[in-house]
Design a protein around this ligand. Structure first.
Ligand SMILES: Cc1ncc(COP(=O)(O)O)c(C=O)c1O
Length: 389
């Protein structure tokens, strides 16, 4: 048997697989675990969205390839949604591209821009696909620390100008996974200036743009003046409309970047299933009530967790967006030891911060992906667990 390519070795998801193995071991031993580790929505799309999806499935005409650029209708709806939501106008023909989930674009953009040895600026801690995509393209990672004292925004002034000049891409993500931080428009304006100064392409991952709380509405990177000249923004319908498994997202912004990504993807896939595009177009263009309902559900979960853990002496910042809480480790353990102890002794699974990069050490990520009754139980378990420390 031939051995696999060396590039697989560069995909070191060791902490994630360690936690996953532990979860399986405990489940096999009969433990009832509460899994707060994965960022996958546990709720279903609205009934109307599911009806559109199922109507399409029953029609003979829906089964051909849609090809990389998808349907004109989906691209048009994305552009209309953008205008309505952010006041940014987009050309649906050249500035919008559908994706098989934003992950599709986030992974493949590196293959479109990075040759072996090229540099990209990647947030640390950060969502793992940025590093994985870069590694698959043979690029080199420049980790940009996201520190609590800077509100988990990169401090652009501390990035070495020589390195910034050599780098081709810079990745950003707000509302952020894993830190749950949000970014003001003024930050994106600084980013545009920085990108112009160092000739960087900005890739902003806005997967959680519609999951924000307490009246806060995240801004788009493309609202910053000149942003479209330097970058693109990735969107997901997975979290917004609970369509994660249907695999749908889109990227918007700079037409040259969109065109290069589209060219690359046209060699890899034949497009998204037409009923999925129709369901996504319906979701984006109809009344956005289900988003409100979704947000309210996550906000109640957030408050329950934050208040419950606080009563056990574990205080953590209240997130304004995303489906995560980024909690400082409340014991003297490192993040992996704490997460292992919490899983083994309390049956609650969270992700150690180090899994997202070295600056994630000292934190764990708690995903608010269970119903309130289950979270209530998780809180009781955490309270019992922490009383022993
Ligand atoms: C920050 C971030 N970006 C992108 C994605 C990918 O989402 P999808 O491919 O379902 O659109 C996720 C999924 O968890 C995420 O957390």
């Amino acid at each position: 048997m031939q051995i696999p390519a060396k590039r697989l070795d560069s995909l070191g998801a060791s902490v994630f697989s360690e936690m996953d193995n532990l979860r399986r071991e405990l489940e096999k031993a009969g433990d009832h675990l509460i899994n707060l580790s994965i960022g996958s929505p546990d709720r279903a799309p609205s009934l109307e969205i599911r009806k559109i999806l199922s109507q399409g499935v029953l029609e003979d005409s829906q089964y051909g390839y849609t090809l990389t650029r998808g349907t004109a209708n989906f691209r048009r709806v994305c552009a209309e949604w953008y205008l309505e939501r952010f006041g940014v106008s987009l050309d649906p023909e050249t500035e919008v591209l559908p994706l098989m989930g934003s992950q599709d674009g986030l992974a493949h953009i590196f293959l479109a821009y990075i040759d072996p040895g090229d540099l990209a600026l990647i947030p640390d801690p950060g969502y793992p696909i940025y590093t994985a995509g870069l590694m698959l393209a043979g690029g080199e990672k420049v980790a940009v620390p996201l520190l609590e004292e800077n509100g988990f925004l990169p401090d652009l002034r501390t990035i070495d100008p020589d390195i910034a000049r050599k780098a081709k891409l810079m990745f950003l993500n707000y509302p952020n996974n894993p830190t749950a931080a949000v970014a003001p428009l003024s930050f994106f304006e600084d980013v545009v200036e920085f990108a112009n100064e160092y000739d960087l392409i900005i890739c902003h991952d806005a997967a959680y743009s519609e999951l924000a709380f307490d009246e806060y509405r995240p801004v788009s990177f493309l609202q910053a003046r000149g942003a479209k000249e330097v970058g693109v923004e990735f969107h997901s319908v997975s979290k917004t409309y609970n369509l994660a498994g249907a695999r749908l997202g889109f990227v918007v912004g700079n037409s040259a970047v969109i065109s290069n990504l589209s060219q690359l993807k046209s060699n890899i896939d034949y497009g998204i299933f037409r009923p999925v595009l129709s369901a996504g177009a319906y979701a984006l263009s109809s009344a956005q009530d289900s988003i409100e309902e979704n947000k309210n559900a996550y906000q109640r979960r957030r408050d329950l967790l934050i208040e419950g853990c606080a009563s056990a002496g574990w205080t953590m910042p209240t997130p304004q967006g995303s489906m995560f809480i980024w909690a400082p480790v409340p014991t003297k353990q490192d993040s992996v030891s704490f997460a292992i102890a919490l899983a083994r002794e309390a049956g609650v699974v969270v992700v150690p911060g180090i899994a997202f990069g070295q600056h994630g050490e000292g934190y764990v990520r708690i995903a608010m992906v269970q119903e309130e009754s289950v979270l209530q139980e998780a809180v009781q378990r955490i309270q019992r667990f922490l009383s022993k420390y």
